[in-house]
Design a protein. Structure first.
Ligand code: SAH
Ligand code: SF4
Ligand code: F3S
Length: 455
């Protein structure tokens, strides 16, 4: 691979100025993290980075396949690039990530979107120098969606988007095969990074001044099972918590079936780990959970919530919910609302079920109408507004730790996230982006809190 790296560097350094690459990542944090590595590799090859696609010499869309909408959006964007390519035939257009990992997508691109030069899947990061070399020298469509063996490539440089918070993948792939989900097909089998490599990366980031590290994986609390010397996610959390420095730890996403008492204990006992859990419920109906192959019941799910809140009453939860799984009834859906009311999530990410070719659920003849699903979605959003503001009220008058990361809508206002992962706004005469502050909460909105900085 070094060979190809040298070859590309030689070609690009012969240009008057470095060519520019524009990359956009769609989908989850894991995909964003892959995108940062792709930019790192391209920078090594001699590309500069631009935020303006129209002036770029290379445009890469790092795609998501989780719902049909995500894919339709990408097809639309690729279609729009046709004009840019006509004006600049030297432009290189690349499509990568989860959507690109699917055979039928590659076929469609070959047939309909002839402006595309490069298609590579989620396993091909290390092959990028070779692919870029081939595109530069042969100018014909290059495709690599091979499922390379399960070795996790280490040491790939990353150009990170953010200077305050960042993600560190701890595991890749998924073995769960929830019946609706495409991820196991496009990301391959579950594999974990060695703890040493993770600890080294977190330490470097903390030394570089990062204030929040998000551990990433499709099923983080299944971490470590495939290692030569297996360790648990809870053990990993405790090891990361022991790294010295001023930073907090979050992770995404854990799976309820792997959420043990020991896992909650580790969160509670590690001072750097935020007391917030994004715990995807998907459905509050045991019948639907079974059809989804989620491998837990509502009762088991509630045990985790109750145990966490028995240790820390303010423990906050967010979740993912799928509305309208094939043949879901209104009775099933109402069970989901019941769980929402019991847990009082501070945030719910709700999605209408989307049929994914190749998954088990795609074979079910769905009798539930799209109209009903839309109606239920509106009802769910209404319930969510009620329960989140009810949960938020408990924070009025209290002091929360907030990491500020952006400017607010008005002058001298800033927004950030509390440890509970709630948006908090506050006013400050000095710039506080990147700083953690104690904020006394004075106002409660449906979606956020407002307060005064006390130090
Ligand atoms: N591994 C994570 C989430 C992966 S995808 C987990 O298990 O929680 C993120 C979310 O997208 C899922 O939690 C689910 O709510 C939603 N999702 C996945 N496939 C979907 C589909 N076919 N239709 C609608 N939503 C889907
Ligand atoms: Fe998809 Fe289920 Fe794996 Fe999450 S756990 S990525 S929902 S198969
Ligand atoms: Fe989408 Fe792939 Fe993530 S399908 S949600 S980008 S793992």
């Amino acid at each position: 691979m070094t060979d190809y790296k040298n070859k590309v560097q030689k070609i690009l350094s012969a240009r008057i100025s470095p060519p520019l690459c524009y990359l956009h990542s769609f989908g989850c944090q894991q995909n964003v993290s892959d995108g940062e590595k792709i930019l790192g590799l391209l920078t090594e090859l001699g590309y500069g980075i631009t935020n303006d696609a129209t002036s770029a010499d290379m445009i890469i869309y790092n795609t998501c396949a989780v719902r049909e909408n995500a894919e339709l959006k990408i097809y639309g964007l690729i279609g729009n690039l046709k004009h840019l390519k006509e004006n600049n035939p030297e432009l290189i257009i690349g499509i990568c990530g989860c959507m690109a990992q699917q055979e039928h997508v590659v076929e469609k691109i070959k047939k309909t979107y002839k402006q595309v030069d490069l298609v590579f899947g989620t396993f091909a990061l290390n092959e990028l120098p070779k692919l870029v070399y081939n595109v530069l020298t042969e100018r014909k469509l290059m495709v690599d969606i091979t499922e390379y063996n399960n070795e996790i490539p280490e040491g790939i440089p990353a150009v990170r988007n953010d200077k305050i918070k960042t993600g560190v993948p701890i595991m890749y792939g998924c073995n769960n095969f929830c019946s609706y989900c495409i991820v196991p097909y496009v990301r391959g089998r579950e594999r974990s990074r060695k703890p040493g490599a993770i600890l080294k990366e977190v330490k470097e980031l903390v030394d570089a001044g990062y204030k929040e590290i998000m551990l990433l994986g499709q099923n983080v609390n299944s971490y470590g099972k495939t290692l030569e010397n297996p360790i648990t996610f809870s053990e990993l959390l405790r090891m990361i918590n022991n790294i010295e420095g001023d930073f907090k730890i979050r992770f995404m996403s854990p799976h309820p079936k792997d959420a043990t008492k020991e896992f909650i204990d580790a969160i509670v006992e590690c001072d750097k780990v935020c007391k917030h859990l994004h715990l995807p419920l998907q459905s509050g109906s045991n019948r639907i959970l079974d059809e989804m192959n989620r491998r837990y019941t509502v009762e088991k799910y509630m045990e985790i919530i109750d145990y966490a809140r028995s240790r820390i009453p303010d423990f906050s939860f967010s979740t993912d919910i799928i509305i309208g799984f094939p043949n879901e009834t209104y009775e099933d859906f109402k069970c989901t609302l019941d769980v929402m009311r019991k847990v009082k999530y501070d945030n719910v990410f709700s999605f209408i079920y989307s049929k994914r070719t190749g998954t088990k659920a795609a074979l079910i003849d769905d009798k539930t109408s799209a109209e009903d699903k839309g109606k239920w979605m509106r009802e769910l959003l209404e319930v969510q507004r009620e329960v989140s503001s009810e949960f938020f009220k408990r924070f009025e008058g209290r002091v929360l730790d907030v990491l500020f990361d952006s400017e607010g809508k008005n002058d001298n206002w800033y927004t950030g996230k509390s440890d509970e992962f709630i948006i908090v706004e506050a006013k400050s005469d000095e710039i506080i982006i990147g700083q953690r502050k104690k904020v006394k909460i004075t106002k409660v909105f449906n979606w956020a809190l407002q307060g005064e900085i006390i130090n």
